[in-house]
Ligand binder design. Structure first.
Ligand code: PSU
Ligand code: MN
Length: 304
């Protein structure tokens, strides 16, 4: 086992017994939502994973240790400290561990640590991708590279249109990452069910998702799989409301010269402000929906 990895005893036991486990990320807690809703959401997500028959493993870096599974107190700590915790992507792991620091794991590092621990399914809200204007800024999230190389299934609600969704799909295609739509042929755009872009395949049951992932592994293909699960209709936002907030937030990020790892958290917080908290309510609901689906897939996967 990786000498920097600590697996929570309950998670280690479940993995040993071949029981379903679902990984969850910590950047969504520290940088993706405000306190105290972030802590409340993270604890509810763990409960939903359990209610659907799997063991939750929230992933983070604490004191230079890679943690697969957090206690409720540790989740509380991450939520309270918020953006004061370093947002940890692949490039940050070595320095954070060497210094014994804390780090909030993005989709990238959550996939890495999940894989080190032997966890195959991971639920989150949205992934990072190719940013608007990337043809000049070259801002492409490391999440896409990780999906190309690490064998973990990521269940999300698509991607926010803070990104260029068309270019994000092109990049995933180049990297050989399957993009599946749960019950839909259209890529969901996080807050809305529609984006105008098609996914590679529509898959209608958790069982079929588990089978697709199992087959990818049996074929010896490296890399992950992206499942896009549309937000439930009753929690979706009106496209014009959310799109105008996103356009404004993106324009402000350019005016203010926000760059690098600060862009995504800046846009998430600004969109929530501009929609008067409506986007946060949708965000929370779609994470719950993804946790449920991921737990169901994990349950089927453990039986294959
Ligand atoms: N998109 C969201 N919510 C999030 C993130 C992205 O809708 O919380 C977070 C995730 O942790 C994701 C990270 O992995 O932002 C991507 O950051 P960047 O664009 O800097 O790679
Ligand atoms: Mn970036």
């Amino acid at each position: 086992m990786n000498p920097y990895l600590d697996i929570l005893p309950e998670v280690a036991q479940a993995l040993k017994d071949g029981k379903p486990v679902v990984a969850l990320e910590s950047t969504i807690i520290s940088h993706g939502m405000p306190y105290p809703q972030n802590v409340e959401t993270a604890l509810n997500v763990e409960r939903i994973v359990r209610e659907n028959g799997a063991v939750p493993a929230t992933i983070a870096i604490i004191g230079g240790r890679l943690k697969a599974g957090l206690s409720p107190e540790e989740i509380q700590y991450f939520g309270k400290k918020g953006p004061a915790i370093a947002k940890a992507s692949r490039r940050d792991l070595a320095v954070l561990c060497a210094r014994g620091e804390d780090g909030a794991t993005t989709v990238t590092t959550t996939m890495m640590i999940a894989h080190m621990a032997g966890i195959k399914i991971f639920a989150t809200g949205g992934i990072g991708g190719v940013h608007r204007g990337a043809e000049t800024t070259m801002d492409i999230s490391a999440d896409l590279e990780e999906l190309a190389q690490t064998p973990v299934m990521v269940v999300c609600a698509g991607a926010k249109s803070i990104l260029d969704l068309g270019l994000t799909l092109e990049y995933l295609e180049t990297k050989g990452v399957p993009v599946l739509g749960y019950g839909t042929k259209e890529l969901p755009a996080f807050y809305t069910r529609q984006s105008g872009f098609e996914v590679d395949y529509q898959v209608d049951t958790p069982e079929e998702l588990a089978k697709a992932f199992k087959t990818q592994q049996a074929l010896g293909l490296k890399g992950g799989m992206l499942v896009t699960n549309p937000i439930e209709p009753q929690y979706a936002m009106a496209p014009d409301v959310i799109n105008s907030a996103i356009d404004r937030a993106v324009a402000e990020s350019v005016e203010q010269g926000i760059q690098g790892k600060r862009i995504t958290p800046f846009l998430l917080a600004r969109v929530a402000e501009l929609t008067g908290g409506d986007s946060l309510a949708s965000n929370i609901r779609l994470v719950y929906n993804n946790a449920k689906l991921a737990a169901q897939v994990a349950a089927h996967l453990s039986e294959l």
